[in-house]
Design a protein around this ligand. Structure first.
Ligand code: 8DG
Length: 360
């Protein structure tokens, strides 16, 4: 079974409605509307937004819809692209173009008591933890948006095991070093880069119950019955090579590759347009199969790195053009420091990641 054969949205004659969706927040307070019973997906909460008119870009529609529905002028706020979501409701097909907008302290002070929108709809500010925990009934397509919102603006990456080769017990040294140097509550990509070292990752997770992890794709399936692993690993990771292997297996109509059955969200690494297209295809396939989504792309290298000195960096401008192609949140990687998350957001990303500068 190939992707094209299993999809209904792209081949269907029903026109897809393009919708601009604004995830408006101030720190951990998120703005939700409530859809009237008579509307499509009625009696559900929603993020502010609406149809993109024929002459409009998604960002223009976003500014117009937010002003029409709430009165908030977001023309001067940064709209951080989260992604594009195709969803088939059976009676209607939508493509949600989703942006996150943080309002200023001044805007929040002005609008925090807003309980009724300009179109008479109910509006409410809700706590992020409750929103992510599913306390509010949203349309089905929004499930993926909530998973995207779990990603922090900084992601720590571990050193590979080879970095500790000089130690008498490199695996113990790897766990101990990261135990001591990872910041509290961090999201950590466990890039150990050697097969069979899962116990070191498990040990680190046991030592640091406060952290969440992105693990090599095979780890959690091997340890599916392990409570520590299940609680702390929020996503599996695919390298660009694994992603392209999946993509070519789809082209050959052989769906044997294990990534497809992974029962965790995925984060993939990409370095070019072809791999981003493959990531979009994988995300689309997983939504169709009702598997957990692809929640992000590590797009690298933005700048020169010590670990890959011979790889030419993309630079922010080329990085930004590639990030625009992605249907999911994009994370900058390569020669970056934690303070550059703002810069990533101005270039269409949601976060930055790295090793040295992200460890304490
Ligand atoms: N605004 C919004 N729409 C969403 C969300 N999630 C989701 O699936 N949708 C769907 C529901 C609708 O089918 C479609 C939005 O269309 P809409 O009818 O509200 O758009 P609109 O405001 O321009 O509508 P209208 O008054 O012109 O009819 O997108 C969401 O979080 N916010």
């Amino acid at each position: 079974m190939a992707v094209e054969k299993s999809t209904s949205i792209k081949n269907n004659s029903i026109k897809t409605v393009n919708v601009a969706v604004a995830v408006i927040h101030y720190q951990n307070q998120y703005l939700l509307g409530f859809r009237a019973a008579s509307q499509h997906q009625g009696n559900r909460y929603e993020f502010v937004g609406g149809k993109i008119d024929a002459h409009e870009t998604a960002k223009q529609a976003l500014i117009r819809e937010v002003a029409e529905e709430t009165g908030i002028n977001i023309a001067n706020n940064t709209a951080v692209k989260l992604g594009r979501l195709h969803h088939d409701y059976g009676d209607k097909q939508v493509c949600l173009q989703v942006y996150r907008i943080e309002v200023t302290a001044q805007q929040y002070a002005q609008y925090k008591n807003l309980s009724c929108g300009l179109e008479g709809q109910k509006l409410t500010w809700v706590d992020k933890a409750k929103l992510l925990a599913g306390h509010y009934d949203l349309p089905a397509a929004n499930k993926t948006i909530l998973v995207w919102l779990q990603l922090p603006v900084q992601i720590t990456i571990t050193y590979p095991l080879a970095h500790f080769n000089g130690f008498p017990n490199p695996r113990a040294a790897w766990s101990q070093y990261h135990h001591e140097h990872i910041a509290a509550d961090a999201l950590v990509y466990m890039r150990i880069k050697v097969a069979g070292a899962e116990d070191s990752i498990e040990r680190l997770l046991q030592l640091r119950s406060d952290i969440k992890a992105i693990a090599p794709d095979h780890l959690h399936t091997d340890k599916a019955d392990n409570a520590v692993i299940n609680r702390q690993i929020i996503a599996g990771h695919l390298t660009q090579t694994q992603l392209m292997q999946w993509s070519s297996s789809v082209a050959k109509e052989s769906m044997s590759y294990s990534a497809l059955s992974t029962n965790l969200p995925l984060i993939v690494s990409c370095h070019d347009a072809d791999s981003i297209n493959a990531a979009n295809q994988l995300a689309f396939f997983r939504l169709q199969q009702q598997l957990p989504p692809v929640i992000g792309i590590f797009l690298a290298p933005v700048e020169c790195t010590q670990t890959h000195p011979d790889t030419p960096p993309l630079g922010w401008e080329a990085w930004s053009k590639l990030a625009e192609l992605a249907d999911m949140p994009v994370i900058g990687l390569g020669g970056l420091s934690p303070v550059m998350s703002e810069q990533a957001m101005l270039h269409g990303g949601i976060a930055v990641a790295g090793i040295r500068q992200f460890l304490k």
